[in-house]
Ligand binder design. Sequence first.
Ligand SMILES: *Cc1c(COP(=O)(O)O)cnc(C)c1O
Length: 233
Amino acid sequence: MPNIAQHLDTVRSRIAKAAKAAGRDPDSVQLLAVSKTRPAEDLLEAMDAGQTSFGESYLQEAIGKIEALHCPSCKWHFIGPCQSNKTASIAQHFDWVHSIDRLKIAQRLSDQRARYQESRKPLNLLIQVNSSGEQSKAGVSPVDLDDLACKVKELPHVKLRGLMTIPAPETDFERQRRPFRLLRELFDQLNEKGYGLDTLSMGMTDDLEAAILEGATIVRIGTAIFGERKKAS
Ligand SMILES: *Cc1c(COP(=O)(O)O)cnc(C)c1O
C-alpha cells in the first residue's frame, strides 16, 4: 500500500478511536486533508484512497491543483488568511472558507459568489475565532463574535456553517482541550440563539484527539497524512 494511503488509514483510526472515547459516532467527524505545499500527485494518491475533502492555504498554488486534478466529487476548503484581493478567486474555486474574521471579506465573498448562483451552492463559511488570547493574531475575539456572526448570517450567497480555531500549540492534553472547549461553548451559545450551526473545525495532527473530545466535526490534518512540510526558505 502506498504511504499516503497507509497514513490516511492511520489517521482514520485515530479519529474513530477518539470519537469512541468521547461517546461520539466516528462518522460525525470529517477528515479534511490539508494539502498545502503538496504536489498534485500526492493529492491524487489520497483521492485514490477515498479522500475527497482537501484544505489549501495558498491561493495560486491551490487553483493550479484544483484545475489540474479536475475532481467533481472533491470539496475544496480555503483555510489560509483571506485578504480582499483573493476573494473573487476563492468564490470561484472553493466550496468552504474557514478563515472569516472580518465582515468585509464575507460580504465580498457573498457578492462574488452571486455570479455562480445558477450552478453552485452558496459558499460555506466558518468564522475563525482567536481562542487562545494574544498569542495568535488571526481570528475574531470571542467578545466580537456575536456581532460578526449576526451580520454574516444575513448575507445571501454564503452560508454560515460554524466556527474554526487554530490555538497556540500545546503538548499537554488538558491544556489542548481548553481553547477547543471555549470554541464549542461559543458555538453552543450561538445555536441557543437559533443560528443552526453544524460545523466546528478544530484539531490538527498534534491535537485531534483533544478537539474530537470537545466536539470537533472537521479535523484539519496535514503532517500525519502527507509527512513533514518543507520549511519555507
Ligand atoms: C497547515 C494547517 C493545518 C495542518 O496542520 P498539521 O499540523 O500539518 O496537521 C491545519 N489547519 C490550518 C489552518 C493549517 O494552516
